[in-house]
Ligand binder design. Structure first.
Ligand code: ASP
Length: 288
């Protein structure tokens, strides 16, 4: 069985000088996941570790550096899904959590539930020994200044053929307090199904939710190559849902699909034993 990993740093707006840093974070996330997968770690371990690298990078809208809501506060959402069982863990509206992806995994593995929100999610984290941090420690100057939506996501395939997905975000800048987007919702912001594939979406979450974009995209793998599935999903998203965003996909053979209708979407992935990344300006794409 081949291994596979693909990550994105969001279909947001990056300033030209920020784009290389976003791409470097994506490449580091792939390196981390590759090392784990090569040692026989699970796809869940790989997507969690990759997402933690992205959450720790201030240039991306997840964890440290997440965007702020209308009232200047951080509210974080995340999802992890196991393609073997389709169990998932998700959080929404948490403020005092450094790595929401890990809290999502704990919810999946340590509770009979799938989804916890806000104060209850933080209470569960504390009960499980996760430190609750000062939300201000996640703020950077960049978030306070800018207009960004650079959610992160990862999809992995392990040596046993298991597929997993993880997504983490601060949501869209200026959102109403309490707003939740697509990212923590399975089938919308992320989806994983063993034997078929996995996907992670980014962009305006309202449209992604209406489209159930990741579920649709993975379903398309039954009849299409994974790159065509990604293209068809974003085409439909653009036409029927007036959507703004992108998707990364991985099939059960480790092949990737990447599509977006936004100017930017930093992506890195494993191609054989090489790490590739794409430098995209819409209509002028180069892959290295
Ligand atoms: N999809 C995210 C949301 O709507 C934002 C993003 O992808 O940057 O919350």
């Amino acid at each position: 069985m081949p291994i596979g990993i693909i990550v994105h740093g969001g279909a947001g707006r990056f300033l030209d000088n920020e784009y290389p840093q976003a791409l470097a974070a994506c490449r580091r996330a792939v390196e981390t996941a590759r090392a784990l997968l090569q040692q026989g770690a699970s796809a869940l371990d790989a997507v969690e570790a990759a997402t933690r690298v992205l959450e720790a990078d201030p240039i991306l809208n997840a964890g440290y550096g997440a965007t702020i809501n209308r009232d200047g506060e951080i509210e974080l959402d995340a999802l992890i899904q196991d393609g073997a069982t389709q169990r998932f863990g998700a959080v929404a509206g948490v403020r005092r959590i450094e790595h929401p992806v890990t809290l999502s995994r704990w919810i999946m593995e340590r509770t009979p539930h799938h989804f916890l929100i806000a104060a209850g999610a933080e209470q569960f984290a504390a009960e499980q020994g996760m430190p609750l941090i000062d939300p201000k420690s996640l703020l950077t100057d960049r978030q306070i200044r800018g207009k960004h939506a650079d959610t992160v996501g990862a999809v992995a395939l392990d040596l046993q053929g298991n597929i997993a997905v993880a997504v983490s975000t601060g949501g869209v800048r200026g959102k109403l307090p309490g707003r939740v987007g697509d990212s923590p919702i399975p089938g919308a912001g992320g989806y994983a199904e063993n034997g078929t594939g996995g996907a992670s979406a980014t962009g305006m979450g309202e449209g992604i939710m209406r489209a159930l974009l990741c579920f649709r995209a993975v379903e398309l793998i039954h009849d299409h190559q994974v790159q065509s599935a990604a293209n068809a999903a974003i085409d439909l998203f653009t036409r029927r849902f007036d959507g703004d965003g992108g998707i990364i996909m991985l099939d059960s053979n480790g092949q990737v699909g990447i599509a977006h209708n936004t100017d930017h979407m930093p992506v890195a992935w494993l191609d054989g034993d090489k790490i590739k990344s794409q430098h995209t300006q819409k209509n002028a794409e180069s892959r290295t």
